[in-house]
Design a protein around this ligand. Structure first.
Ligand code: SF4
Ligand code: SF4
Length: 95
């Protein structure tokens, strides 16, 4: 059974300078430097396509503003179970 992705990361090769800091920072090791060169003559970072948790480590260590966008696709498991969805609250209030 495949689990739902928790995060996604988008890297703009036009902004990336290929320093590799994000690759080193990623806990699940799902970032890599592309084998091809960008138009700036560097190997830009790229997402392998799976494993991102949405932790944001890559975003915070990147020195290039706008090179990385992190999407959090699901809330953390604890918060999801502790906080009822709005429709659940409304349902309980009408009982
Ligand atoms: S930290 Fe930023 S500039 Fe460096 S490789 Fe990653 S995306 Fe590119
Ligand atoms: S958000 Fe976290 S898990 Fe996702 S690519 Fe960045 S460092 Fe890796």
């Amino acid at each position: 059974m495949s689990s739902q992705p928790r995060g996604n990361v988008i890297i703009d090769p036009e902004e990336c300078k290929g320093c590799g800091l994000c690759v080193e920072s990623c806990p699940p090791e799902c970032l890599e430097l592309a084998p091809q060169l960008s138009k700036y003559g560097v190997h830009p970072a790229q997402y392998s396509g799976e494993g991102c948790t949405g932790c944001g480590a890559c975003f915070y260590c990147c020195p290039e503003p706008g090179a990385i966008v992190v999407e959090r696709l699901t809330p953390p498991a604890k918060a999801a179970s502790a906080i009822p969805l709005p429709q659940e609250v409304a349902h309980e209030a009408t009982l």
